[in-house]
Ligand binder design. Structure first.
Ligand SMILES: Cc1ncc(COP(=O)(O)O)c(C=O)c1O
Length: 442
């Protein structure tokens, strides 16, 4: 039965929208009222091709029946169960299914409700883990410039997007940052992993020398940085980070909120790059974006260090009311089944070369200063309008929406990450429409 909702409410004032130019939006709203597979339907009845999988999360496309039905069934059977000191089978089953597709060596799942909460959880786990092993001085956290790790205090502290940090005070103490790996002077128009920049991982040795390894708990990086405008790891970079962290007893956390669940054509970035971290943070594609859920995945070594003391005692004083929520867990199982039955990770890998070629055909169009890609991720960087950074890309976003495609922009970078079900003609439509937009852009 169709939902009886007004397509556009009379008053848009009450909802303070996240990461949105509220005043601009409310003067000229862009409303989605329905979605199916690769398309959204707008309130004025247009079809918009989803070039971003919502917010990098609807990897199986929209309103997939198996997921919808699983949610409906679970809501009618067991709507909620206390998350502390009680269990329900669905959360355990989902954890087992996640571990089945996780890299070998990752054995445990701690549930959260979002990517931001996964990051906070992993950072807290890192500090507590060292303390549990008698190294309580290891409290420093190392992030990276231009990193995005959500919006909570830990995440913005280790993150490196200036606008996300600068108005929020002093943040966490004891944090340092690696340099980012965006090197357009030597890597522009790279297809896949850039050749130059692995040496930037050596900066970790400098940070270790500065603070002393015995004060550092963890390094957190995105294997491929998405929200900051698609920054790719140079060849050999992640391997070096792994070697240096291991050498100094520092935990390595991969923030796989975007790279998890098939985005690169492998279940996780860890498998794609063949680098095993100690923890992985996930969310988004875990439930196809349909129900909020995140998870921190850890090795046995991380988990087991907490499993000490009297058995009646809580081992970790951390968790959320909705950790492993039954409906989210059911959505997660149905999502993983959809990925498997439709072989969507393999599909993403198979179509990635076509995506790469289509994307790089935009080279030479007005304002395009770089194009980069990996798996089913693509970015087109534009020359900013002098004195008005971000405006050119935002104008491209608005024009693209008018022409029936959804893209995302961050700074003057256009980022795309379509659902893994995208077909070749839809890639042609997405990139062809974007080409038209770029040609008419001031
Ligand atoms: C790498 C990474 N970490 C964390 C987050 C935060 O996730 P959420 O918005 O679910 O809190 C995001 C969101 O885009 C992300 O890309």
């Amino acid at each position: 039965m169709a939902l009886d909702r007004k397509a556009t409410p009379n008053d848009l004032n009450a909802f303070w929208m996240p990461f949105t130019a509220n005043r601009q939006f409310k003067k000229n709203p862009r409303m989605f009222v329905a979605a199916r597979d690769m398309h959204y339907t707008t309130s004025d009845g247009r079809q918009v091709l989803d070039g971003t999988a919502g917010l990098w999360c609807c990897n199986a496309g929209h309103c997939r029946p198996r997921i919808t039905e699983a949610i409906q069934r679970q809501a009618a059977e067991l709507d909620y169960a206390p998350a502390f000191q009680m269990g329900h089978p669905v959360a355990f089953e989902l954890a087992n299914r996640i571990i089945e597709i996780a890299p070998r060596g990752i054995e445990h799942v701690f549930y959260t409700n979002s990517g931001s909460e996964s990051v906070e959880t992993a950072l807290k786990l890192a500090i507590a883990w060292h303390r549990a092993r008698g190294e309580g001085a290891r409290t420093r956290l190392i992030g990276r410039e231009r990193g995005y790790h959500g919006v909570n205090f830990g995440g913005i502290s280790v993150g490196g997007i200036v606008n996300n940090r600068k108005v929020f005070g002093t943040l966490l103490g004891g944090v340092d940052h690696l340099p980012h790996t965006h090197l357009p002077a030597v890597n522009a128009f790279s297809k896949g992993q850039p050749e130059n920049g692995a040496n930037l991982a050596d900066e970790l040795e400098r940070i270790v020398a500065l603070h002393g390894a015995e004060t550092i708990a963890a390094v957190i990086v995105e294997p491929v940085a998405g929200s900051t405008g698609v920054i790719l790891p140079p060849k050999g970079y992640l391997e070096k980070l792994r070697a240096i962290t291991k050498k100094h007893g520092i935990l390595l956390i991969f923030d796989e909120v975007i790279t998890g669940f098939g985005r690169l054509g492998a279940p996780f970035g860890s498998q794609y790059f063949d680098v095993l971290p100690d923890m992985m943070t996930t969310a988004k594609g875990l439930t196809n974006g349909v129900i909020p859920m995140g998870a921190v995945l850890t090795t046995a070594e991380v988990h087991d260090a907490f499993m000490t003391g009297p058995e009646h005692m809580i081992e970790l004083f951390h968790g959320y009311t909705y950790s492993g929520n039954p409906i989210a867990s059911a959505a997660g199982i149905a999502t993983l089944e959809t990925y498997r039955e439709e072989a969507l990770f393999e599909r993403a890998a198979a179509i990635a070369p076509y995506w790469e070629e289509a994307l790089h055909a935009l080279k030479g169009l007005p304002h395009v200063i770089d194009i980069r890609n990996m798996g089913l991720i693509g970015a087109v960087e534009l020359d900013p309008i002098a004195g008005e950074p971000t405006k050119r890309a935002f104008n491209a976003f608005l024009a693209a929406y008018d022409k029936g495609i959804l893209i995302r922009t961050t700074g003057d970078i256009i980022a795309m990450s379509p659902p893994l079900i995208i077909e070749k003609p839809q890639i042609d439509e997405l990139i062809g429409t974007l080409a038209g937009v770029l040609k008419t852009l001031a």
